[in-house]
Design a protein around this ligand. Structure first.
Ligand code: R2B
Ligand code: URA
Length: 285
């Protein structure tokens, strides 16, 4: 399926011109997306510095500042965009981003979601590179309701890209990383088998049984955006990866217990890996 040739609204026309300028200027473009606007600003500054661009990057401007929906920063060939939490939020952003890339005639785009997740049976701080996103029944698919029909979409991510990222991770000291399935849910509490939400209708034993089943189905982490991200990128022909650090092991509990400092370091891990990967790719061009 080709990218929809929908017309750009004025907002996006302006963004296209400022963010990407003339499409022929760049043959390689990296788009990094993540939930939090602050984290994506930090990532833009970090990648600005890592790529040795002019200045320290601290004056980087939010290209989408007027919209209040998401933030977008550009550092050289890298766009850094926030997508909020959950499937509906990232899906809106991706529709608008993919139209932007299409109208700007961007080619050779690599898009990577960086984020946080709950691990299953792995050490907190481990970075999981997703091979395929699965739903809450461990099925490798995303169900999109279109008009009155359920359309099943493929959630396979780019295997070569995942393997390149894994190779890259091996060159960084003390950087536990693996490739595995990622379960994408519609909810953080009951939807991820947590006992500590405002509502809970199952026992601790049922929760443990479900998470054990997920582990046996090769799920190594849980988050809330990977399935629609994988499905949309796959259909639109974008090379895509999902790289999430795990903040806790869900087989051990529901709440994050590490100190603020440790969690801050964990959250930088996907950024560190992607920065190293992008630098390598640019050296090869
Ligand atoms: C990871 O963390 C968020 C929930 O706390 C959600 O956006 C996700 O995928
Ligand atoms: N994000 C999630 O969606 N789940 C977790 O357990 C942690 C982060």
């Amino acid at each position: 399926m080709s990218i929809a040739a929908a017309s750009l609204c004025g907002r996006w026309r302006a963004v296209t011109q400022t963010a990407l300028q003339r499409p022929t200027m760049r043959s390689t473009l990296f788009v990094c997306v993540g939930g939090s606007p602050n984290r994506m600003r930090d990532f833009a500054i970090f990648i600005h510095q890592e790529l040795g661009l002019d200045g320290d990057g601290s004056d980087i401007a939010d290209i989408c500042a007027g919209t209040d929906r998401y933030s977008m920063y550009k550092a050289g060939p890298v766009l850094s965009i926030s997508h909020g939490m959950g499937i509906p939020s990232i899906s809106i952003m991706l529709h608008e981003l993919i139209k932007l890339l299409h109208h700007a005639k961007c080619r050779d785009v690599t898009i990577i979601r960086i984020g946080t997740s709950g691990g299953i049976g792995i050490e907190p701080g481990t970075v999981v590179i997703t091979d395929i996103a699965v739903d809450a029944f461990f099925r490798p698919q995303f169900e999109q309701v279109i008009l009155d029909k359920v359309v099943i979409r493929n959630t396979q991510l780019d295997q070569k890209l995942a393997e390149s990222l894994l190779r890259c991770s091996k060159e960084i000291d003390d950087f536990p990383t693996l490739i595995g399935h990622t379960m994408c849910t519609y909810d953080f509490y009951e939807g991820q088998g947590r006992l500590d939400g405002a509502l809970c209708s199952f026992s601790k034993e049922e929760k443990c049984e479900y998470l054990q089943k997920a582990y046996i189905a090769r799920v190594r982490n849980i988050e809330m955006e990977s399935s629609v991200f994988a499905a949309m990128c796959h259909l639109c022909g974008l090379k895509a990866a999902v790289v999430c650090v795990t903040l806790l092991d869900r087989l051990q509990g529901d709440q994050i217990t590490h100190s603020h400092g440790v969690l801050t370091e964990f959250q930088k891990r996907p950024q560190k890996l992607i920065s190293s990967f992008i630098r390598k790719q640019l050296q090869m061009c």
